[in-house]
Design a protein around this ligand. Sequence first.
Ligand SMILES: Nc1ncnc2c1ncn2[C@@H]1O[C@H](COP(=O)(O)OP(=O)(O)OP(=O)(O)O)[C@@H](O)[C@H]1O
Ligand SMILES: [Mg+2]
Length: 182
Amino acid sequence: MESKKSIRRLVQERKDVLTKDERENLDNIIFDKVINSYDYKNSHTIFIFVSYNNEVDTHKIIEQALRDKKILCVPKIISKEEGMDIVQIKSFQDLKEGAYGILEPADSELKIEEKNIDLSYLPGLAFDRRGGRVGYGGGFYDRFLLKTRKNSKKIGLAYKFQVFPEVPMEEHDVFIDGIITD
Ligand SMILES: Nc1ncnc2c1ncn2[C@@H]1O[C@H](COP(=O)(O)OP(=O)(O)OP(=O)(O)O)[C@@H](O)[C@H]1O
Ligand SMILES: [Mg+2]
């Protein structure tokens, strides 16, 4: 099995090769699958990461979820030690560029308890079919997932080339329930 480090490098290289048109095409396929999914339709409170750079686009999903009157919440990074707050947004305009250039809520005024989340859409660099997930190495999402309800749904969003036969999972890594890909 590849190490997390080598898998992260491999995926980043493949992502860099996608053209803007190819990316848009794959993002549209993923968008349609998300919006038409049973989980999406039957969830009231939804958590989703805000895509940055070459991640699967979530901006369109966020706009649609707001139109669909979901309670929609996104991460706001507090610090490496404290992790992230989960904050509701009511408009895409509530998002501002944070410390790492990633769009996030300006403050934690509309903070949501992790226990109230029905469905979470997670980023990652690599996934497998057992629910294994490798992120960027911050441990932010692993710590977040520990606080969510056992029966809440945890779904990764990824391009097909990010799915491996098996990714390395450590003691602190949280398995997820599924992946939506192109
Ligand atoms: N539940 C936890 N409690 C304390 N520290 C944790 C926990 N989960 C992860 N960490 C810390 O985060 C570090 C990075 O973990 P890992 O390599 O699994 O990140 P990742 O899954 O790629 O990141 P992310 O979860 O943000 O997508 C770990 O070495 C560990 O120090
Ligand atoms: Mg992890």
